[in-house]
Design a protein around this ligand. Structure first.
Ligand SMILES: [Zn+2]
Length: 316
């Protein structure tokens, strides 16, 4: 799922392309994508883009609608398999119908669920696979936007005390707490693995068992890992629109690196798979050499994922 660094990269790429431009219209190829009905999508036809921001793992377009005093917000949640693609408007002034054909479903692109047509080009939202989880909300006013915020704190601006308070609010495994959008903003399965590796902490350690030094190490690791990746991906996004957004990057330390050598200590990376998630860790760096047994899964899942309910990665 696109997490904070990936969303920041999309924002970086979109700013020069759509800021100040007009949204000519939104075409829904799948009506279920849209989770709100008031205001209707037609309300933002012709609106001007006056802001782009991130709300947790969601991307927010702020629109100035003529005749409305309140800004409108299009809130795009890519969930796991949703991706964005950009195509500039043709220079010859071809009509929008011709432009739309470029958003056809292609191999590896998934199904196109919506097309956002701007004066400057077209942004398409695709979702791979058969599960339809991506969502679109259109809301009016800042209060309605704030209601969509799961409430997690921003690790960049949080004080050490605020970070510790959020993490200790419930006694959870670190893996679970880091990915809970009500506690921290924008962190999912991939970057939580990277953060825990950087902090040299077991994914199954419980948040209330962390000492002050460990908690601060975790906070710093979160800031450093997210900053490094956000900067790197944003730099790439300045060169080209991010078309290869993935949770698995070759130079990640442990995430998606099962059986590979840890770049720090050379130990083979281990994996725990649960529900739709996976947790990758280095026994050498994080668990004192111990391989977490299968039964530790029950600890990761205990009280956290009652049967039939979505995991934390699915909530936000
Ligand atoms: Zn290691």
């Amino acid at each position: 799922m696109p997490e904070l660094p990936d969303i920041e990269a999309y924002l970086e790429a979109l700013r020069p392309r759509v800021m100040g431009e007009r949204l000519l219209g939104v075409r829904l190829m799948n009506p279920f994508l849209l989770r709100t009905f008031d205001p209707p999508l037609d309300a933002v036809r012709g609106a001007q883009v006056q802001g782009l921001s991130r709300l947790g793992k969601r991307l927010v377009l702020e629109l100035a609608v003529s005749g409305s005093e309140e800004p409108h917000y299009l809130v795009i949640h890519l969930m796991i398999a949703g991706r964005l693609h950009w195509r500039p408007a043709p220079a010859d002034g071809a009509d929008s119908a011709a432009r739309g054909t470029g958003a056809r479903t292609g191999p590896g692109r998934g199904n196109t669920l919506a097309l956002f047509e701007f004066s400057s080009g077209a942004l398409s939202l695709t979702e791979a696979g058969t599960k339809r989880r991506a969502s679109l909300h259109l809301v009016r006013g800042r209060e309605a936007l704030a209601a969509l915020d799961p409430g997690g704190i921003d690790v960049f601006s949080a004080t050490p005390d605020q970070f510790a308070e959020a993490m200790r609010r419930e006694n959870r495994t670190l893996k679970r707490a880091l990915t809970d959008p009500r506690l921290l903003s924008g962190i999912g399965n991939a970057y939580s693995d990277e953060i825990l590796h950087r902090a040299r902490l077991s994914p199954l350690k419980l948040t209330r068992s962390l000492g002050g030094e460990e908690m601060e190490r975790l906070r710093r690791a979160a800031v450093d890992v997210l900053r490094m990746w956000a900067d790197r991906l944003a730099a790439e996004a300045r060169d080209a629109f991010p078309e290869k957004v993935t949770a698995f990057r070759a130079d990640m330390a442990v995430h998606g690196r099962f059986k590979s050598a840890c770049p720090v200590c050379g130990t083979a990376v281990q994996r725990i798979v649960y529900a739709d998630n996976e947790c990758d860790y280095c026994p050498g760096c994080q668990t004192g050499g111990r391989i977490l047994a299968d039964r530790s899964l029950s600890r990761l899942l205990k009280d956290d994922w009652p049967r039939g309910t979505p995991g934390p990665g699915d909530i936000e």
